[in-house]
Design a binder for this molecule. Structure first.
Ligand code: PGA
Length: 254
């Protein structure tokens, strides 16, 4: 679903939307983004709207996916949704390790690794979110934090597990805020992640790195031009079809 030459644009709708809102939102995205074939575009929707996303976006250049998955395949896990269920609706990409889940539901790095593995098993693309909080940044340990998040997966499942995956650098302090991290901070961390992947993963060309945290129509070009950034992950901007369009329009030629 993606290649190195195409910029990646992923929308994370979080817990927003309704049947009515989605009906017009998905249709306007389909219509407005239809010509951006140079981009790899995916919208991660809340579980109940997967069928609606499939129905409306099918046949368009927009892929769809989810924001979480169970680490188990099936069984007595009340409230969970498995990778095979997402696959039933042709979901192609699943976010794991988003900081909003890690804080609210105390997800451990091991949990996240198991979910990552489950997504791979079902031949979908895992999008692993990594990033430090403000205290960790101020203490200068952001690289250590990010490397532990990635290494837990490598240690449990080996280097091939990262093939075809996406890593999103999302500094927690930049999510839902007024401004994104600075280009210098992003470049440094993406370079660090690239090195880490380069040393630990065979076929590392197949691993993409995107940035997330207050991406909008004003900063998208600057963010996508940073060395080592293969695309963007956006929350709020994915809920506004005009802004989504402006972002795609501004970066599709990069
Ligand atoms: P934001 O969210 O773009 O609204 O900051 C990003 C994210 O949490 O993925």
């Amino acid at each position: 679903m993606k290649t190195k030459s195409r910029k990646i644009v992923i929308g994370n709708m979080k817990m927003h939307g309704s049947l009515d809102f989605n009906e017009s939102h998905f249709k306007s995205l389909k219509q407005k983004l239809g010509s951006f074939n140079e981009l790899s575009i995916t919208l991660c929707v809340p579980y109940p709207y997967l069928f609606q996303a499939q129905k409306i976006l099918m046949g368009s250049n927009i892929h769809w996916g989810c924001q979480n998955v169970a680490k188990e395949l099936e069984g007595p896990f009340t409230g969970e949704v498995s990778a095979s269920m997402i696959k039933d609706f042709q979901g192609e990409l699943v976010i794991v390790g988003h900081s909003e889940r890690n804080t609210a539901y105390c997800e451990s790095d091991e949990n996240i690794a198991e979910k990552f593995n489950m997504i791979k098993k079902y031949k979908m693309t895992p999008l692993l979110c990594v990033g430090e909080n403000l205290i960790e940044r101020e203490a200068g340990i952001m690289e250590k934090v990010v490397s532990e998040q990635i290494k837990t997966i490598l240690d449990l499942y080996g280097q091939d597990i990262f093939k075809g995956s996406i890593i999103a650098y999302e500094p927690i302090w930049a999510i839902g805020s007024d401004s994104a991290a600075s280009p210098e901070q992003i470049e440094k961390m993406c370079e660090f992640i690239k090195q880490l992947i380069h040393t630990n993963v065979r076929d590392n060309d197949d691993v993409n790195i995107v940035y997330g945290g207050s991406v909008n129509a004003k900063n998208a070009v600057q963010l996508c031009e940073i060395n080592g950034v293969d695309g963007i992950l956006m929350g709020r901007a994915s809920l506004d079809a005009d802004e989504f369009y402006e972002i795609c329009n501004s970066i599709h030629k990069i």
